[in-house]
Design a protein around this ligand. Structure first.
Ligand code: URA
Length: 231
């Protein structure tokens, strides 16, 4: 395979970006600087490094992002900044967010080009847990907790599936749900007479949002995390 194509397959950037990097002396093959994008490499044997990082061929790429509030979960938008704008030009090709967070919600968002995994994670049959921190407009009580835990009417055919609630203080809870209906958390809290004023997703299945991943930042998933997601 051509060196520039190999680097694209390793998700090191767009074709034009990696060509520039090769010509700029940022790529080595078996320890030797390689300036020619057309050079052929053996993807199983040659050791290719891009900016000092060993390139490993992977079919798909997975990012864990701390979505900040004020950015929309879409691949493109005429007016609003999207989560793919945060990912950057060199990484966004073919990538989409898995599920949706509202514009004003922050927290853990997965981005990938793996349609099969995205489908699995968002499938209603899989009941993947999503945990949210909710700050509320009004004091939260045991009655609201019990209702959320047994399922509430949010104006659809079926009640919501039972949720798990942890009370953090009188206006702050965590809510864990296993569905992904439109504005579900806000509608559930409204259904029990409260109102969400701030929402942050802390966890999706086994993936947790680390404290030190700043809003707007992202990182690649580790192999172990990818395997735990496929469960
Ligand atoms: N539920 C909501 O109401 N909003 C989100 O962004 C996610 C879950």
């Amino acid at each position: 395979m051509r060196l520039d194509k190999f680097l694209c397959c390793c998700h090191m950037g767009t074709r034009s970006r990696v060509k520039k990097d090769i010509r700029g002396g940022l790529v080595t093959v078996n320890g030797e600087r390689e300036l020619c994008p057309e050079r052929h490499v053996d993807e199983r044997q040659d050791r290719v490094c891009h900016r000092g990082q060993l390139c490993v061929y992977e079919e798909h790429v997975y990012y864990l992002m701390h979505k900040p509030p004020g950015v929309v979960c879409a691949t493109e938008d005429k007016r609003e900044r999207t989560v793919l704008d945060l990912l950057g030009e060199d990484k966004r090709e073919g990538i989409f967010p898995v599920g949706r967070l509202d514009k004003d919600t922050e927290g853990l968002l997965l981005l990938t080009d793996d349609g099969a995994l995205a489908h699995e994670l968002t499938s209603p049959a899989r009941h993947v847990e999503k945990e949210y921190e909710c700050r509320l407009a009004y004091p939260f009580d045991e009655m609201q907790k019990e209702r959320l835990e047994s399922g509430v009417d949010i104006g659809e055919e079926r009640l919501t599936r039972p949720a798990a609630v942890r009370i953090l203080d009188d206006k702050r809870i965590t809510l864990t749900i296993t569905e992904g209906r439109f504005h579900q958390v806000k509608r559930m809290l409204r259904a029990v007479g409260n109102e969400v004023v701030y929402l942050k997703r802390l966890r999706v299945g086994p993936l947790k949002l680390e404290e030190d991943l700043a809003a707007g930042s992202f990182r690649r998933l580790t192999r172990e995390e990818m395997e735990s997601l496929r469960g």
